[in-house]
Ligand binder design. Structure first.
Ligand SMILES: [Zn+2]
Ligand SMILES: [Zn+2]
Length: 354
């Protein structure tokens, strides 16, 4: 069937920030049909399908080896690498570079680039470009992993087919000059296909063999398992965290708050908040399951991370009242959202008379 011709109207950017009383909730005025994905014929990239297929088969065999012949220390090492790679994506490619939510000194930048190479989800520059397009044009045909096309497409299907023309066109229009201005990122981007095989596959597989006598087969297959698991952890943010959960900050967008995703994506499942306030280095209002936040805070203590941008309680409250779905939780006694009735009806033991 040929693609359905449809007149597309330019979509206004979705609002981020507090939304004061005088601001329009423009989202109300966008007809939902504007967000329907078009009927383009998906062109499968078979090379990617084969590579992904092989990686998943090896990862499955790696899982079998975990329970049969691999040393416990090799499994623990895999868990550590999973988290390091995850941090390279969440703390580096995502919060530091795609959103510029904080600044980092060069030792932290170097560490983040090494971790991001270990996770291999393309270079930081390429990752950040896709991600900026995702935020600017979420849920349209220009969104690289448009969740309106279903779970599988948003999760990994988008990497198995050719990019939509809209993604390419809008991607060219996104300003990436800030990242190209960083020599470290230019270097990683330029030599990615030398650095990535070494950093993601060769070195992580050799270390267990050299240092604790693991077999090469076990070390290699468990490393592939670690790599593929980390990919799925990140992909869950694009799929599950755009589908299942609450929307306390903006009910008009598909991204949601999902604790399960946060656990696997080292703290990136608070996605309704993140799409509403993308410059907040916490990527969440609360620090519950947010391993990335803890590590950035540790680096802030020694001065390697600084200018940590966040959002005031007042700003969040305004937005919650304007566009939230009513599920915003009260953090405790004294929360600004607590009603006067809550205060009046509360039982307070051992109260001191003042
Ligand atoms: Zn998203
Ligand atoms: Zn983001």
């Amino acid at each position: 069937m040929p693609p359905r011709p449809r007149e597309k109207q330019p979509l206004p950017s979705l609002p981020t920030g507090p939304l004061e009383e005088c601001d329009d909730v423009t989202t109300d005025k966008i007809p939902q049909t504007a967000y329907e994905p078009d009927d383009r014929k998906v062109e499968i990239v078979w090379r990617n399908v084969v590579v992904m297929g092989i990686l998943h088969l090896v990862a499955l065999y790696g899982l079998y080896l975990v329970f049969t012949s691999a040393m416990l220390i090799t499994t623990l090492y895999g868990v550590i690498l999973y988290n390091l790679g995850g941090f390279g994506i969440t703390g580096g490619a995502h919060r530091l570079w795609a959103h510029r939510a904080y600044k980092a000194k060069w030792p932290l930048k170097l560490l983040l680039v090494l971790c991001q190479t270990l996770a291999h989800q393309n270079s930081v520059i390429e990752w950040a470009r896709d991600h900026r397009v995702h935020h600017k044009f979420q849920e349209t045909d220009a969104d690289p992993h448009n969740a309106k096309r279903g779970f599988f497409f948003a999760h990994m299907g988008w990497l198995l087919c050719k990019k939509h023309q809209e993604v390419k066109d809008k991607g060219k229009g996104v300003d990436m000059s800030d990242l190209y201005a960083e020599p470290l990122l230019r270097l990683q981007h330029k030599y990615f296909y030398v650095l990535m095989p070494i950093g993601c596959f060769v070195l992580p597989s050799i270390i267990p063999v050299v240092f604790w006598g693991e077999t090469l087969m076990n070390a290699y297959c468990l490393n592939i398992l670690r790599y593929v698991s980390c990919l799925h952890g990140t992909w869950l943010v694009n799929s599950a965290a755009h589908m299942w959960g609450s929307k306390p900050y903006d009910k008009y967008i598909s991204s949601v708050e999902n604790v399960f995703v946060s656990f696997f994506a080292v703290g990136e499942g608070w996605h309704n908040y993140h799409h509403t306030f993308p410059w907040d280095y916490k990527a969440a209002e609360f620090g519950k399951v947010n391993w990335t936040l803890r590590i950035i805070n540790l680096f802030a203590k020694i001065g390697w991370a600084y200018e940590l941008k966040s959002v005031s309680k007042e700003m969040i409250k305004t937005r919650v009242h304007r566009t939230g779905d009513g599920s915003h939780e009260i953090w405790g006694w004294g929360d600004k959202d607590q009603s006067p009735e809550d205060y009046k009806l509360a039982t307070i033991y051992n109260k001191k008379e003042e």
